[in-house]
Write a protein that binds this ligand. Structure first.
Ligand code: G1P
Length: 303
């Protein structure tokens, strides 16, 4: 177990990551009428796979996916597909076989079903028995983040230095702040992290621009201490009639320190149509196998 350089106390390692994936995906209708939004492909991988890979690259290989009605294809995607593997093997398509095997080989995934869509806080609480008394990460698959060092890995550096919860934040313009949880922070002595880190004083879920306590919006990456579950148990329905993770974190912030970390990387809101298109174009341009031809094609368009 690593020694905390700040507090001197032993801190527990983070091993598990929760992926809330029970949402109805209404922002992406009609594509999400009969298909989970987490399975919409960005270039050639479903959205959720980007988050799963980020977890694995950050050293977290114990995943809990919170699903709901109509989400079976997520389980199928991360499961072994005997028929497909046999067909690829018989045809000698070893490259594709490796791609398909890699998806199911690398990690341990548990699925837990959120029976009612009562909000993000409720989804995280649903995973409680799989987490137990240890710190864990939460990844919202909609937020796809392209970064040299995976954002969860960046955040773990802050966690490993403090032993406390860490929330990823990003500056957003005033006109879009009301789509996010927003933090009120105070400056915090820098400790040589990759991006700025702050001490969280308060959080508000989706405030009006005039009421926002800062321009730092919560992005879908959290490292949380298990104390958050006690607050989730008693959190009442908030914004949108849902049990909000932000509200539980607000209560937690009054009991123990929480840090906000402004990550290095490019975030796409892949749950939004424009964000999805931006992610598709930019990620495709970065691909060694596609980027050149795709760039030429884009240049040929009469824009
Ligand atoms: C959720 C959180 C919000 C956060 C956002 C990040 O909102 O409730 O605090 O800022 O994710 O993507 P949602 O986008 O699910 O409405």
């Amino acid at each position: 177990m690593p020694e905390s350089p700040l507090g001197g106390a032993k801190i527990l390692p983070v091993r598990k990551a929760v992926f809330p994936a029970a949402g109805l995906g209404t922002r992406f209708l009609p594509a999400t009428k009969a298909q989970p939004k987490e399975m919409l492909p960005l270039v050639d991988k479903p959205i959720i796979q980007y988050g799963v890979e980020e977890s694995l690259e950050s050293g977290l290989d114990n995943l809990i996916i919170v699903t709901g009605r109509g989400k079976n294809s997520i389980e199928d995607h991360f499961d072994v597909s005997f028929e497909l593997e046999r067909m690829l093997a018989e045809k000698g398509k070893t490259d594709l076989l490796a791609v398909v095997r890699e998806i199911s080989d690398l990690m341990h995934i548990a699925y837990v079903r959120q029976k009612e869509a009562l909000g993000l806080g409720h989804a995280v609480l649903t995973a409680r028995e799989f987490i137990g008394p240890e710190p864990f990460a939460v990844l919202l698959a909609d937020d796809v983040i392209d970064a040299q060092v995976p954002v969860l890995r960046q955040m773990l550096e802050v966690y490993e230095a403090t032993g406390h919860s860490v929330i990823a934040v990003e500056k957003v313009p005033a006109e879009s702040i009301s789509s996010y949880g927003v933090v009120k922070v105070e400056a915090w002595k820098p400790h040589g992290f990759r991006g700025p880190a702050y001490r969280v004083l308060d959080l508000v879920e989706k405030p009006k621009a005039a009421d926002a306590p800062s321009d730092l919006a919560v992005v879908g990456r959290y490292i949380l201490t298990p104390a958050v579950f006690d607050f989730l148990e008693t959190t009442q329905r908030g914004t949108g009639g849902e049990i909000q993770l932000t509200d539980a974190l607000r209560a937690l912030a009054h009991r123990e320190p929480i840090y906000a970390y402004q990550f290095q990387g490019r975030r796409y809101d892949a749950g939004d149509k424009l964000g999805f298109l931006q992610a598709t174009v930019e990620l495709a341009l970065k691909r060694a196998d596609l980027g050149g031809a795709f760039r030429q094609y884009l240049k040929s368009l009469p824009l």
